[in-house]
Design a protein around this ligand. Structure first.
Ligand SMILES: CCCCC/C=C\C/C=C\C/C=C\C/C=C\CCCC(=O)SCCNC(=O)CCNC(=O)[C@H](O)C(C)(C)COP(=O)(O)OP(=O)(O)OC[C@H]1O[C@@H](n2cnc3c(N)ncnc32)[C@H](O)[C@@H]1OP(=O)(O)O
Length: 177
């Protein structure tokens, strides 16, 4: 179920961590994905494939496309108001995705069972209603903020804890009943 305090449909979700490879604004090597809340437990995003994302001449690397799907799916956390990490991500590559293509990503949660969040996503090319180029089914597992504090490298954890924006974001998720 969508959390009552979830961002409104149409709202941009912002980055959960400024150094994140998927969405971080301060991450020069990242995908800079900007995800938007939709109705229900659903989000959308657009990702433009750049020359740095190639795996074969002029074509996107499959791992980069999986990252775009993973990041979009992870953003469903904002609508559920839980912190969750990817446990399993199964990806189908249906069409090759050339450089400069805009991948229209769409993800939704399909079921929640205890700490397990089942979800799926598609990436379409040629427009939001274009053909599906990639799709994924995933299982995210809810964790507490201690997951990051206990496992992350101390210097990045310290820096994140000293950043009021980071702390505010984490607190917002932690109060979820
Ligand atoms: C201080 C800085 C904080 C920064 C973060 C702040 C805020 C975040 C807020 C919002 C996030 C917003 C957006 C996020 C966007 C994108 C993020 C991208 C996501 C990622 O890129 S994230 C990195 C990759 N990810 C990992 O780094 C996980 C490594 N992994 C582990 O850390 C453990 O593995 C863990 C925790 C997953 C589970 O460990 P655990 O001990 O807690 O729980 P356990 O094993 O008991 O599993 C419980 C139930 O899940 C089932 N289960 C588990 N794994 C399964 C699998 N693979 N397949 C099928 N079922 C599975 C079990 O079978 C059991 O099921 P059952 O309950 O039915 O028995």
């Amino acid at each position: 179920m969508r959390h009552p305090d979830a961002p409104a449909p149409g709202e941009l979700l912002g980055s959960h961590y400024d150094q994140c490879f998927g969405c971080g604004g301060e991450q020069p090597h990242g995908l800079h994905l900007a995800t938007r809340a939709r109705d229900g437990v659903r989000v959308t995003a657009e990702f433009t494939v750049r020359p740095a994302h190639q795996g074969a001449p002029g074509l996107a690397h499959g791992g980069v496309l999986a990252t775009a799907l993973d990041e979009t799916l992870g953003s469903l956390s904002w609508l559920l108001r839980v912190i969750a990490v990817t446990g399993r991500l199964e990806t189908d590559y249906v069409l090759p995705v050339p450089v400069d293509t805009v991948l229209h990503l769409d993800a939704e949660a399909t079921a929640v069972a205890g700490r397990k969040i089942y979800c799926r996503a598609t990436g379409r090319i040629g427009g939001p209603d274009g053909p599906v180029a990639v799709r994924a089914e995933a299982l995210f597992i809810e964790v507490k903020v201690d997951h990051f504090i206990d496992n992350g490298r101390p210097e990045e954890i310290r820096a994140a804890m000293n950043d009021p924006d980071s702390v505010r974001r984490v607190r917002a998720f932690e109060v979820n009943p």
